[in-house]
Design a protein around this ligand. Sequence first.
Ligand SMILES: Cc1cc2nc3c(=O)[nH]c(=O)nc-3n(C[C@H](O)[C@H](O)[C@H](O)COP(=O)(O)O)c2cc1C
Length: 321
Amino acid sequence: MINIGSLSLPEPMIWAAPMAGISDKACRIINKEFGCVLVFTEMVNDKGLLYGQQRTLALLNLEGEEGPAAVQIFGREPEQLGQAALIAENSGAALIDINCGCPTPKIVKNGAGAALMREPRRCREIFRTVVRAVKIPVTVKMRSGWDEESSDRCVEIAGLAEQEGAAAVIIHPRTREQFFSGKADWGKVKAVKQRISIPVIGNGDIDSGETARFRLETSGCDGIMIGRAYLGNPFIFREINGFLQNKEKTAPVTWAERLETAAKHLNLACLFKGEEVAVKEMRKHISWYCKGIPGAAKKRAEINKAQTRAQMLECLHSAFA
Ligand SMILES: Cc1cc2nc3c(=O)[nH]c(=O)nc-3n(C[C@H](O)[C@H](O)[C@H](O)COP(=O)(O)O)c2cc1C
C-alpha cells in the first residue's frame, strides 16, 4: 500500500486522469471496474461551485461510486479554491487535486491551469490555503513548465507543494507551449522524484504494460496516471496491472468483451444523464470502442447520426458483428 496522506492505495498505483468532457461518472465506474485504483472527476471550476451553478455542481456528484474518487478543481484565487475544495470534500471527494496543467487558452488567459506554472508565489499561497481548508489529502497536477525556458519549473512547484502539505504531485512533463505535441519528457518526473519525499505520480504517453513498467523503473515514480490510452479502452488498467504483477502480457481483450463494455458504458451514461444528452456525449466514446474494427470509418459516420440509445446499440452490434 502507498499512503497519499490519509488515503491508503494498493500497488501498483495506476490512476485514471481527469479529462474534461470524458471522465464523468459512467466513465469512472467503468475504469474502476477494470482495476484503476483512483479516478478523477473532470476539472471543476471553483467559481461555478461557489456560485452554485447547477452544471458545475453536477460534476461533483459521486453518489453510488465505489471506492475513492478525486475531485479536480481549477481557478487562481487561493480563497476561492479553498472554499471550492471544501464544497467538494462535503460532496464525498476522497482527495482534492489542484489543476496547474490545463493548457487551453480559455483557462490560461484567466491565469488558471498551466498559467500557474509561471507564478510560484501564487502557487504556494493556493496550496497552503487549499490544504488548510480540507481534511482530505490534496494533490497538485502540473505540467513541466510554461515554455522550453521554464521547463524545469515543476521541480520548484512540486517542492512548494510538499512544503505546504500536499500529499502527492502528478507530473505531466510537457510544457504548456507543447500542448500535446512531442513526447512527454520523463526526465522531469525523475528530477522531481529525486527532489521531494511525497509520492510522485508520472503521467504522459503510457499506453501498455511495457511502457508503464519502463516509466516506473526509469523515473522511480511511485505511481502512474493514464489518460488518452483509456479512451474506449478501460481494459488498459487490467492489462497494466497484470503486466506489472506477473511480468507477462495478459490475453488481449476479446471483441465480445469490448462490445459488452461499450454497451454498459452507454447504458450507465443514459442512466446518469438522460438518454438525449448521453447519446450525444457517448458518440465519441463509442467510436473509440470501435477503433480497429474493419470499416470503422463508415461505422463512425453511423454512430454520429444515432439519436437514441436503441439506435446507438444497433450501430454497436452491427459494428461488432
Ligand atoms: C480531452 C482531454 C481532456 C483533458 N482534461 C483534463 C482535465 O480536466 N484536467 C487535467 O488535469 N488534465 C486534463 N487533460 C490532460 C490529461 O489528464 C493528461 O495529463 C494528458 O492527456 C497526458 O496523459 P496521457 O498521455 O496519458 O493522455 C485532458 C486531456 C485531454 C486529451
